[in-house]
Design a protein around this ligand. Structure first.
Ligand code: NAD
Length: 431
């Protein structure tokens, strides 16, 4: 198929490269010239395991990039994969998506035949139906379901394993307004995946498909917040929360995934999607108290880590190492990372923060330009009076003698990654 993908961030670049790998001709469209130049040179602007080899293999061949939205007109379908960030009150900021929709609508205005718009961006059902579809109709002069169709096809990939997640998803959710042509095109798009992996395909309505993504993320966020709550209780009773979690995870109704208690969830999706769901529900007159509680527990975990640190050391004017800045290992993304509130709390206490992350230091330097960034975990620990472990990068399991160079070896581990060893004062956040 001839496909265009609007937005070349974590989702769009992964999609463009994977769709090329599945045999489709892909045009990646982004407003950022550097991103487009890099893609055409076979490079990416993000770190994602396995992505660079795909982009370099297909760039200039089945994968091309441009800043010109008009290129979408020559393709069979266009995937919208631009950002849908949160406004300060938590509600969804759809302006980027609506601008992209308008550009796409103008592009397909003169095109002959039916064009399918596939919405990958996470968007609430009412924004999809009441703003996005009308924006394409207005810009194209065509009617939804006639000159073009719109399908909601939310994405469930995780940063850090995006390529594998796209190629081997647990499910593919396709929401249409009962438009057979949309279903046919998406079946053709995903055919290589579906036939190779026997992946369940959920066909549903557009509104339902859009909500599946929010429900999925709210459920996972709440699961982590619940195990974090349980972990905190375990700590109070001197109970090993990880042994408890291993046991409850054997219950098939609970499952063992997402049961590692710690400093909380971050990233570009859980925080903004839970906030958007709360804001959307409240504007409709309903208060989703469970989701609110999940957010509140998540907001409080970093402060709990800092309180544990306070019990051992007064960090005022002292060097404190922060190990891990990315919101999770395997990515350079610091959006929503728990490292941000931890660093803020340390700075409020007067600490001299020295941070280390194998991938995310450059991104974090844009948020905190004035703290020190070390080239290695060992360099960050040297001379430090305390260390806060925020991301479970595997290398933090092997630091061993690096702790000997600390001025005061107090380690508060927010991810249960550091090996407890003689000579350090070790505090697990929830165990
Ligand atoms: P991102 O911020 O990494 O990338 C968005 C890209 O869109 C940027 O490269 C930006 O330059 C580009 N862009 C902005 N306006 C544009 C326009 N008018 N035309 C073309 N390009 C434009 O975002 P992301 O993390 O890839 O997320 C994209 C969407 O997918 C969001 O709705 C997000 O919630 C959803 N999502 C993200 C993930 C994830 O793990 N990151 C997972 C599932 C779903």
């Amino acid at each position: 198929m001839n496909v265009s993908v609007v937005g070349s961030g974590y989702v769009g670049t992964t999609l463009a490269a994977c769709l090329a790998d599945l045999g489709h001709d892909v045009t990646a469209i982004d407003v950022d010239e550097t991103t487009v130049e890099r893609l055409n040179a076979g490079e990416t602007t993000i770190h994602e395991p396995g992505l660079d080899p795909l982009v370099s293999a297909y760039a200039g061949g089945r994968l091309r990039a441009t800043t010109d939205h008009a290129a979408a007109a020559d393709t069979d379908l266009t995937v919208l994969a631009v950002g849908t960030p949160a406004t300060p009150d938590g509600s969804i900021d759809a302006s980027i998506l609506l601008a992209a929709a308008e550009d796409l609508g103008e592009a397909i205005a003169e095109a002959d035949g039916y064009h399918l718009v596939v919405v990958k961006s996470t968007v609430l059902p009412d924004v999809l139906e009441d703003e996005l579809v009308p924006a394409i109709e207005a810009a194209s002069g065509k009617t939804d379901g006639e000159g073009f169709g719109v399908a909601a096809n939310p994405e469930f990939l995780r940063e850090g394993s995006a390529v594998r997640d796209f190629m081997e998803p647990d499910k593919i959710v396709i929401g249409t307004a009962g438009d057979e042509r949309a279903l046919d095109r998406l079946a053709e798009l995903y055919q290589p995946l579906i036939s190779d992996w026997d992946i369940p395909v959920v066909e549903t309505g557009r509104r339902e498909a859009a909500m599946v993504k929010y429900a999925n993320n709210a459920f996972l966020a709440a699961k982590v917040s619940l195990i974090n709550d349980i972990g905190n209780v375990c700590k109070e009773f001197d109970v090993d929360a990880y042994e408890v979690a291993d046991a409850i995870g054997l219950d098939s109704r609970i499952s063992g995934e997402f049961l590692r208690s710690g400093v909380g969830w971050g990233g570009s999706c859980f925080p903004k999607d839970t906030a958007a769901l709360v804001a959307g529900a409240e504007s409709a007159g309903y208060e989703p108290t469970m989701i609110e509680a999940a957010i509140e527990r998540n907001d409080r975990q970093p402060e709990r880590l800092l309180e544990l640190l306070d019990r051992h050391v007064d960090v005022d004017s002292r060097r404190v190492a922060v190990l891990g800045l990315a919101f999770k290992p395997g990515t350079d993304d610091v959006r929503g990372t728990r490292a941000t509130p931890v660093i803020e709390g340390l700075l409020e206490r007067g600490a001299e923060v020295v941070a280390y992350d194998p991938r995310a230091a450059d991104a974090m330097a844009e948020v905190f330009p004035d703290i020190e960034y070390a080239d290695s975990a060992a360099a960050a620990l040297a001379g430090a009076h305390a260390a806060a472990v925020v991301t479970d990068w595997p290398e933090f399991a092997d630091l061993d003698e690096a702790f000997d160079a600390m001025a005061d070896p107090v380690v508060v581990d927010g991810r249960r990654i550091v090996e407890r060893r003689r000579g350090i004062t070790y505090e697990g956040l929830t165990w």
